[in-house]
Design a binder for this molecule. Structure first.
Ligand code: ZN
Ligand code: FE
Length: 258
C-alpha cells in the first residue's frame, strides 16, 4: 500500500493509490493523462479507477484520455457535480464506499469550493485526499457554496483522526503560510512549519502530505477560535462579530486578496 504523487500542470497533484499485492492502483484527480499513465507504467501497475474530487478541469481534464487508454476503467465522482465529471461511470454520494483493488475509501461530501466537492478517506492508509477544500495551511476558494458551507466541510475533515495524512490538490503551502502569519504571527507551530517549508521548497521538494493534527495547529481556517487570530482580524474591523462563520468569512476574504 503506497501513495505516489504525480505532479500535473503548474502546481497540481494527481496521486496514485496503490494496492501492491494486487499490482493495481487508482488515481485521485488527473489533469494530464500522459504523465499519470507513464507513472502507472513505471511502477508496473494496472490502473483500475479514477477518483475525482470535483469538476474543475485542473482535476478532471485528463479523464477522457484515461478511459480511452484504459478500457473498463471506473471513474468515480460526485452525483452532486451534476454531470460535470467527464467520463463518469460511478456517481457517488456522501457516505458511500469506493474501492481500489482491496483498498476501501469512504466518500466525504465537503461542498463549497464546488457544490459536489468530495474527499476520499482511506482508513487503512490513514490518508485523506482533500482536493481543493483543505490545503496545507489553507483552504480553497468558496466558489459555489457560502462561508458556512465551507466551514462545515473543513470541520468534517478536521474531525478525522489526528494521524490522518492530508494529500491536497495543489502545492500552495508557502503562500498559505505567509498569509497565515499575518493572522497569527506568534504561533510557534506556524513559524516552525514556515521555516520547514522554505527549506523543503528550496531543496526542490513538495510539502505534501500534512496531517489533520498538524493542520489544527497552524491552518488559520481550522483556527477560527484562536484568540490571536480573532484579535488581529478585529484590529482591522472592530465591528466584526465574534462568531465562527463571520471570522472564517473575513479570513477567507482577506486571503482572496492576499
Ligand atoms: Zn478546484
Ligand atoms: Fe484546483
Amino acid at each position: 500500500m503506497a501513495i505516489i504523487p504525480v505532479p500535473q500542470l503548474k502546481d497540481n497533484f494527481a496521486y496514485l493509490v496503490i494496492d501492491d499485492a494486487a499490482k493495481q492502483c487508482g488515481v485521485v484527480d488527473c489533469a494530464e493523462a500522459d504523465k499519470v499513465l507513464a507513472a502507472v507504467k513505471r511502477e508496473g501497475l494496472q490502473l483500475v479507477a479514477v477518483l475525482s474530487t470535483h469538476w474543475h478541469p485542473d482535476h478532471v481534464g485528463g479523464n477522457l484520455d484515461l478511459v480511452k487508454a484504459v478500457p473498463g476503467l471506473k471513474v468515480y465522482g460526485a452525483r452532486a457535480e451534476n454531470g460535470r465529471i467527464p467520463a463518469l461511470t460511478d456517481a457517488v454520494d456522501d457516505g458511500d464506499t469506493v474501492r481500489v483493488a482491496s483498498l476501501e475509501a469512504r466518500v466525504l461530501g465537503i461542498p463549497a469550493h464546488t457544490n459536489g466537492h468530495i474527499a476520499y478517506y482511506f482508513p487503512t492508509l490513514k490518508a485523506v485526499f482533500s482536493g481543493d477544500t483543505l490545503f496545507i495551511a489553507g483552504c480553497g476558494r468558496v466558489f459555489e457554496g457560502k462561508a458556512d458551507t465551507m466551514l462545515a466541510s473543513l470541520r468534517k475533515l478536521a474531525a478525522l483522526p489526528d494521524d490522518t495524512r492530508v494529500y491536497c490538490g495543489h502545492e500552495y503551502t508557502q503562500r498559505n503560510l505567509e498569509f497565515a502569519l499575518t493572522l497569527e504571527p506568534n504561533n510557534p507551530d506556524l513559524k516552525a512549519k514556515y521555516d520547514w517549508t522554505l527549506k523543503t521548497r528550496a531543496a526542490g521538494n513538495w510539502t505534501i502530505p500534512s496531517t489533520i493534527g498538524d493542520e489544527k495547529r497552524f491552518n488559520p481556517f481550522l483556527r477560527v477560535d484562536s484568540p490571536e487570530l480573532r484579535t488581529n482580524l478585529k484590529k482591522a474591523d472592530p465591528s466584526l462579530r465574534d462568531d465562527p462563520v463571520a471570522i472564517f468569512a473575513r479570513a477567507r476574504e482577506l486571503k482572496d486578496r492576499f
